[in-house]
Design a protein around this ligand. Sequence first.
Ligand code: VGL
Ligand code: ZN
Length: 210
Amino acid sequence: MSPSATSVLLVIDVQNDFLPGGALAVPDGDGVIAPILALAERFEHVILTQDWHPAGHVSFASSHPGQQPFDTIALPDGRGQVLWPDHCVQGSHGAEIARALNIPKAEMILRKGFRRAIDSYSAFAEADGATPTGLASYLRERGFTRVFLAGLALDFCVSWSALDAKRAGFETFVIPEATRSIDNGGSLEAAIIAMYKAGVHLADGLLAQA
Ligand code: VGL
Ligand code: ZN
């Protein structure tokens, strides 16, 4: 594989709160850092994303009296929302991109989930499905045609971003060895099936081909 000028590596949410010791630690979350650094060497273009919530965000269990993290509730519009511990609060240490994920050449850091009443797993659209982040237009304007995804967590922000990338017309590849998952209530299996059905490629073994 030789990533070309029309390919971009999209690194999802490698932030302190998703790493061991963080507020919403993904099991073995820091295991993504070495493979992502290796990938970043090989990609000409790298973009990072940052989950970036205001205090009192709708996705926080603490915003819903009586609810516990990892419960699912129905929002007023009927959509289900998994509730999380408070995480990635704007300006907090937990929201910072992991110091070890040192990729100075990254060309853009996209923040998402900054509207109090809407979650945003995907880097392309908020979870209401109607509010775009602008990333698809940005990538198109830059001339990218292929999106490679890595980061945290595979079964939430990575897979939702991959599905939206594909929907937006990009050839889309997830690099599983550079992801880890939360796997809450069957979420990993559901994500893998959804990506398979949508035609998102799993680029396993990509690192071995260096
Ligand atoms: C994420 C749950 C809540 C993620 C973000 O980055 O996968 N998961 N917020
Ligand atoms: Zn979040």
